[in-house]
Design a protein around this ligand. Structure first.
Ligand SMILES: O=P(O)(O)OC[C@H]1O[C@](O)(COP(=O)(O)O)[C@@H](O)[C@@H]1O
Length: 348
């Protein structure tokens, strides 16, 4: 476990090597994989930062498997992550928000044939905010390849409890990479552009038990299920010690979840009449964020069950998600309990 010591100049690479020291079965492959991931994050950060100067804003003109128009940065960032992860020699399969099928990595050498990791990622999350310079990010989750897997998908169509590493890299006023390798340990690093190094700046992130901000696209209120409507109504009517809840919504999951992990509260993207399974993708948005949140002491639910207990039906499957401070999420679970039993909430 990472000992609390003077964190200055602890780079991400050094931190991962330190962490791996505690894993008897560690072969160094995970460290190599994570160093390839951070190289891709640095590359994308450098392009996002100057996108407006180098003609990298706007549409690419193509449509991805989700039916969404692809931004130029979506396409470039996707290429960079695929290339960097392939070059690690430790990744067998990948799933990207931008690719319809599982990406199968052809081993280049004998050693590559032992690649045992699978990575699911969203190269640019919050694409709708790219052209206005609002925070966007990359989300990633690492799984072990399923030994008896018959098809590449099989290693991904498993419950979120199989995720071993999760993180995101947020491209904004500063570039922050937040990561967990499990062990109830979540750490935040800030990119020092002049050094080109991610430096540990937020050791051992703990999400407060309770928070008084909520983050949800209220424009969809009329399309929500009754439990979600009742919960948000409750937040508006309810005063905690004279304090009302504050609404905060950026529309980039990475940015909204980052704020929620650091200062508490709740982020939600429920089902609605347009997105009957929710909008956010289980494998490379909800699972990594739910794992990070739980490892930081928070909770993540669909309303009816723990997000990490879901087994996705397909690699681009979607699910509703409420994540954040333990107490706030437990209140959501109570509302879903009430409505699933057709009871009327006390405050109504
Ligand atoms: O505009 P909406 O419906 O509120 O959706 C915003 C949500 O969709 C997303 O932009 C989806 O992610 P992508 O940009 O990767 O497609 C999330 O980042 C965000 O939380």
């Amino acid at each position: 476990m990472f000992e609390q010591k003077d964190t200055e100049f602890i780079t991400l690479s050094r931190f991962v090597l330190d962490e791996q020291k505690w894993h008897k079965e560690a072969t160094g492959d995970l460290s190599i994989l994570l160093s390839s991931l951070q190289v891709a994050c640095k590359f994308v950060e450098s392009i996002v930062r100057k996108a407006g100067l180098v003609g990298m804003l706007g549409e690419e003109g193509s449509v991805n498997v989700q039916g969404e128009g692809q931004k130029k940065l979506d396409v470039l960032a996707n290429k960079l992550f695929i290339q960097s992860l392939k070059s690690s020699g430790c990744v067998a399969y990948m799933v990207s928000e931008e690719n319809k099928d599982v990406i199968i990595v052809e081993p280049k050498s004998e050693c590559d044939k032992n690649a045992k990791y699978c990575v699911a990622f969203d190269p640019i999350d919050g694409s709708s905010n790219i052209d206005t310079g609002i925070n966007v990010g990359t989300i990633f989750g690492v799984f072990r390849m399923k030994e008896d897997a018959k098809n590449p998908e099989d290693s991904f169509l498993v419950s979120g409890n199989n995720i071993i590493v999760a993180g995101y890299c947020m491209y904004g006023s500063s570039c922050n990479l937040v990561i967990t390798l499990g062990n109830n340990n979540v750490n935040g690093f800030t990119l020092n552009p002049s050094l080109g190094e991610f430096i540990l700046t937020h050791p051992n992130i703990r999400t407060p038990e309770h928070g008084d901000t909520y983050s949800i696209n209220e424009g969809k209120y009329t399309k929500w299920d009754e439990a979600t409507k009742a919960y948000i109504d409750f937040l508006k009517l309810h005063q905690e010690g004279g304090k009302t809840y504050a609404s905060r919504y950026i529309g980039s999951m990475v940015a909204d979840v980052h704020r929620t992990l650091m200062s508490g509260g709740i982020f939600a993207y429920p089902v609605d009449s347009e997105n009957t399974n929710g909008k956010l993708r289980t494998l490379y948005e909800s699972f990594p964020m739910a794992f990070l949140c739980e490892q930081a002491g928070g909770k993540a639910t669909t309303g009816a069950k723990r997000v990490l207990d879901i087994v996705p039906r397909s690699i681009h499957d979607r699910c509703p998600i409420f994540l954040g401070s333990k107490e706030n999420v437990e209140t959501v679970e109570e509302f879903f309990e009430i409505y699933s039993n057709n009871l009327t909430p006390a405050f109504r």
